[in-house]
Design a protein around this ligand. Structure first.
Ligand code: SAH
Ligand code: DHB
Ligand code: MG
Length: 225
């Protein structure tokens, strides 16, 4: 581990220790995810709390998440919802979905979560056909090469005021490598070109360092026509 990463992790531990307190439900979920062999790419606890605050700051009642994994980020957002609020979360892998369902039950939030298993692009097609209420908050955290397509769907499923957040848009700084042929880096760059080029979006990006290394979020708000 590079010297910097050690201090980033120590600061994350300090901040989480000061701000989050003990949270056995969320801690058990991470333990179950690791014990089940899921990749350790859940959002960090502090990032989970960031999503929780975003849900409440936006007054979100209807959330879309693309990329469930074991549902760690899902549960952070689900717990922040007001009564009657709902999350739709999309996951490709049945194995991940099975673990996520167990985590939703353990956290007591199963009734607020609709988990769709399969390629997110197919699930999004079905959501589009169902013409459900627009989403208030959309969190994109799945296969990075599809970011642009996910953002196109996000715009179709949004309303003026919807907030869109994308994870992992910095990738150790590789995002600035314009000639990169790494499909995930290209996917990160797609978020910037989409957000930067869309007349109905205003956006920013925040680099993060911490226990997940050097990465970051991009986020945008959807304006009216
Ligand atoms: N949001 C989660 C982490 C998601 S990791 C958290 O912070 O806890 C990314 C997830 O996206 C993985 O579980 C992966 O299986 C899933 N994924 C990859 N390709 C996908 C696709 N085409 N459709 C839906 N999910 C996909
Ligand atoms: C990766 C994916 C993520 O969603 C994440 O938060 C960190 C890493 C990855 O695929 O490497
Ligand atoms: Mg991520």
């Amino acid at each position: 581990m590079a010297g910097n990463e050690k201090i980033w992790t120590a600061v994350d531990r300090y901040a989480a220790g000061s701000l989050l307190g003990s949270d056995p439900v969320m801690e058990d979920i991470l333990e179950r995810n690791r014990g089940s062999g899921l990749p350790a790419i859940d959002v960090s606890p502090l990032q989970g709390k960031f999503l929780d605050l975003m849900v409440r700051m936006c007054g979100a009642r209807h959330i879309l998440e693309i990329g469930t994994l074991g549902g760690y980020s899902t549960v952070w957002m689900a717990r922040a919802l007001p009564a009657g609020g709902r999350i739709v979360t999309l996951e490709l892998e049945e194995r991940h979905a099975r673990i996520a369902r167990r985590n939703f039950a353990a956290a007591g939030v199963s009734d607020r979560i609709e988990l769709h298993v399969g390629p997110a692009l197919s699930s999004l097609e079905r959501l589009g056909e169902a013409r459900a209420d627009p989403f208030d908050l959309i969190f994109i955290d799945a296969d990075k090469p599809n970011n642009r397509r996910y953002l196109e769907w996000a715009m179709r499923l949004a309303r003026p005021g919807t907030v869109i957040i994308c994870d992992n848009v910095i990738r150790d700084g590789a995002v600035i490598e314009a000639d990169s042929r790494d499909a995930s880096v290209e996917g990160a760059r797609d978020v910037f070109s989409f957000f930067g080029g869309h007349r109905r979006l205003e956006a920013t990006a925040l680099q993060t360092v911490g226990e997940k290394g050097h990465d970051g979020f991009a986020m945008a708000i959807v304006n009216g026509d």
